[in-house]
Design a protein around this ligand. Structure first.
Ligand SMILES: Nc1nc2c(ncn2[C@@H]2O[C@H](COP(=O)(O)OP(=O)(O)OP(=O)(O)O)[C@@H](O)[C@H]2O)c(=O)[nH]1
Ligand SMILES: [Mg+2]
Ligand SMILES: [Zn+2]
Length: 305
């Protein structure tokens, strides 16, 4: 039977079969995914072939992946792990307060997803907390991302009215949800399905940050073809093996423009003469915050902050 891995501990795996039943599986012998040197070759979202009795099974094959999202450790450069596989879209959850998500963080997740050719959506949560000025900020942020073709939803995961627009966006897809600790990822999942009972955390009064309640990635099934992957909150999102020349490819508003730079493919768009991207920033066609994110990624600043 073919199934999808919902949860992966390294010694056993929770798998949902095509028959919609769940099985606890182990791996047969020394199964390895070609090209991967991981100690745990199976990630959440992997499609596997397995043999099972009523409740337990043995995984005999890992099917080729359509894609995967890697998570690079910011501290240990060169060390990346597969966060999840076979993803249809990445949902970046952000908040304007408690905690505040920087636009740089959002951009890094978007660029990373774009580099794996995975579509993205941005969800701004906790809009119940915003005063009038902050609602203004919310609108400008929404404009920045919608202008580059990324859908933005504003929600309050503690209110029922948020469920419907989210469901529409998630329907018939596998969605990986990512964001800082405490933004409300697990809260949203719990609201989406009565069967999901993810623990949720509190926000520290002192640091206004979350308390890392979710500690491993896990996929949940909302209906036959709709899956959502809850992940642990992350502080930073490192870029995996990306050449500086490559980064502007993953900014949709820069991708075509960069061909018009005087130095062509060699232009890093930092201070070169006749750079089409710098001109577009000056003329206001590229949002300053987006260029700033680009700049810190291209100069490697982003791995330190
Ligand atoms: N005011 C308000 N609080 C919210 C909202 N959504 C979530 N929270 C609160 O934010 C806190 C953190 O929520 P979680 O769902 O645990 O956050 P998380 O993103 O899963 O965090 P980690 O698992 O640590 O990565 C909880 O106290 C939630 O009740 C919201 O829309 N408005
Ligand atoms: Mg959580
Ligand atoms: Zn340029």
């Amino acid at each position: 039977m073919i199934g999808r891995v919902l949860k992966s501990t390294g010694s056993w795996y929770e798998v949902v079969g095509e028959n919609q039943k769940q099985y606890t599986c182990r791996i047969r012998g020394k199964l390895r995914l070609e090209g991967f040197k991981e100690s745990n070759p199976i990630a959440v979202g992997d499609r596997v072939e397995f043999e099972a009795d009523e409740k337990e099974g043995i995984i005999i094959r890992i099917l080729a992946r359509d894609n995967h999202m890697l998570r690079q450790s910011v501290k240990r450069t060169g060390h990346a792990s597969v966060l999840a596989a076979n993803i249809d879209q990445v949902l970046v959850m952000a908040t304007l307060k408690l905690p505040r998500t920087s636009l740089g963080f959002i951009d890094r997740v978007l660029v990373s997803a774009e580099s794996f050719r995975i579509p993205q959506v941005v969800v701004i949560n906790k809009i119940d907390l915003l005063d009038r000025d902050e609602v203004g900020d919310l609108e400008s942020i929404t404009n920045i991302y919608e202008s580059i073709g990324v859908k933005v939803l504003s929600i309050s995961a503690i209110n029922d009215s948020s469920v419907e627009p989210c469901m529409e966006t998630l329907k018939n897809k596998v969605t990986l949800i990512s964001g800082h600790s405490g933004v409300g990822k697990s809260t949203l999942l719990n609201r989406l399905s009565p069967r999901i009972k993810q623990p949720t955390g509190t926000i520290s009064d002192y640091t206004e940050k979350g308390t890392h309640t979710t500690t491993f990635a896990e996929m949940f099934q909302l209906d036959e073809n709709t899956f959502i992957i809850d992940t642990p909150g992350i502080k930073e999102w490192g870029l995996v093996d990306m050449e500086p020349q490559e980064i502007s490819d993953y900014f949709p508003e820069m991708r075509d423009l960069r061909l018009s730079c005087k130095f062509g493919a060699r232009c890093l768009h930092l201070n070169e003469p006749k750079c089409a991207i710098l001109e577009a920033v000056q003329k206001g066609f590229i949002a300053p915050s987006r260029y700033q994110s680009y700049y810190s990624m291209a100069t490697g600043e982003d791995n330190r902050k």
